[in-house]
Design a protein around this ligand. Structure first.
Ligand SMILES: NC(=O)c1ccc[n+]([C@@H]2O[C@H](COP(=O)([O-])OP(=O)(O)OC[C@H]3O[C@@H](n4cnc5c(N)ncnc54)[C@H](OP(=O)(O)O)[C@@H]3O)[C@@H](O)[C@H]2O)c1
Length: 297
């Protein structure tokens, strides 16, 4: 008989990382619930999720929006764990920083409150970002999960992209504090720049940026300076690993394959027994093949 691995709620199922993660969770035998934002103007085509192997029996899709923090309750109620991947992404600075922060933080706290209310959630994995540790303003060669980015430093030196980095930093801090105060088992994962193949219809922004030189997107060349990268499948594997490895606590950094300034240490994740599978060749081969298939290249 197949082992019952429980039901996992993945927020933001339409995204690059979350959709890949859902595919892998279904392959691993999990029941999965995912949340998507409803589009009032047009029904969204979610066939890339509903056609996944095992989806007809094991995948349920709910509507929820970080702007309405209580909207995640139905999706979370009765689950064993939550992988909170969704985030407001505003790299162009379309909205004021405070609006993005408010949505990310109150939405995340709404999710954590729903976890407590459910009484069934054993663990929450929150997908953070290397931007929460990279911009401490300290002149160091290596950073790990003990560092925090300084939001004033980000505001000063990274005015436009900074809004995303600030919201990730403040949201992770708020989530860890809430979890500590309420005795919720929450571990945060801190990926660097995520590259690789994708199943979502949207061209993922990190894949597009990683291929800026191939695509000739000159305005993105600067983002490739000193960049560190990880394969999307290693990110999915690390999320699942953290679900299945309860000893990992606090924050865990993802592997950084690339150049430094500062380099990120993956020691904590590796020390718990996680092993990376992919290198730069697989990251770019997978990304380029998908881009060709979908007509982006
Ligand atoms: N990709 C990277 O290089 C990278 C690196 C480090 C960390 N991360 C983190 O990984 C996570 C996923 O990133 P990604 O690259 O997969 O991004 P993505 O493809 O842009 O996915 C973002 C997801 O969040 C959802 N979302 C945005 N605003 C929302 C809201 N108000 N309410 C509910 N859902 C909302 C989006 O839904 P819609 O489809 O409706 O817009 C989408 O499903 C994020 O937390 C990000 O910070 C990513």
């Amino acid at each position: 008989m197949e082992e019952d691995k429980g039901t996992v709620c993945v927020t933001g199922g339409t995204g690059f990382i979350a959709s890949w993660l859902i595919m892998r969770l279904l392959e691993h035998g999990y029941y999965v619930r995912t949340t998507v934002r409803s589009n009032l103007e047009k029904k969204r085509d979610l066939s890339f999720l509903t056609h996944l192997q095992g989806a007809s029996e094991k995948l349920q899709i709910f509507n929820a929006d970080l702007s309405d923090p209580d909207s995640f309750e139905a999706a979370i109620d009765g689950c064993t764990s939550v992988l909170h991947v969704a985030t407001p992404v505003d790299f162009e600075g379309r909205e004021p920083e405070e609006v993005v922060n408010q949505r990310a933080i109150s939405g995340t706290l709404g999710i954590l409150k729903a976890c407590l209310k459910s009484k069934t959630i054993k663990r929450v994995v929150y997908t953070s970002s290397a931007s929460t540790v990279e911009f401490s303003g300290k002149n160091v060669d290596i950073v790990d999960e003990n560092f925090w980015s300084d939001v004033d430093y980000i505001r000063k030196f990274i005015p436009v992209l900074g809004s995303y980095m600030i919201s990730k930093t403040l949201t992770e801090r708020a989530a860890l504090q809430f979890a500590e105060e309420h005795g919720l088992d929450l571990v945060t994962l801190i990926p660097s720049f995520v590259v690789g193949p994708f199943i979502c219809p949207k061209f993922p922004s990190s894949v597009r940026t990683s291929l800026a030189m191939v695509l000739g997107n000159k305005e993105e060349y600067a983002h490739l300076m000193n960049i560190s990268m990880v394969h999307v499948d290693d990110v999915a594997r690390a999320h699942i690993f953290l679900l299945e490895y309860p000893e990992a606590k606090g924050s865990d950094l993802e592997e950084i394959k690339g150049y430094k300034v500062p380099e990120l240490s993956s020691r904590k994740l590796l020390d718990t027994g996680f092993k990376y599978k992919y290198g730069l060749d697989e990251m770019f081969d997978g990304a380029i093949q998908c881009c060709k298939e979908k007509g982006y290249l």
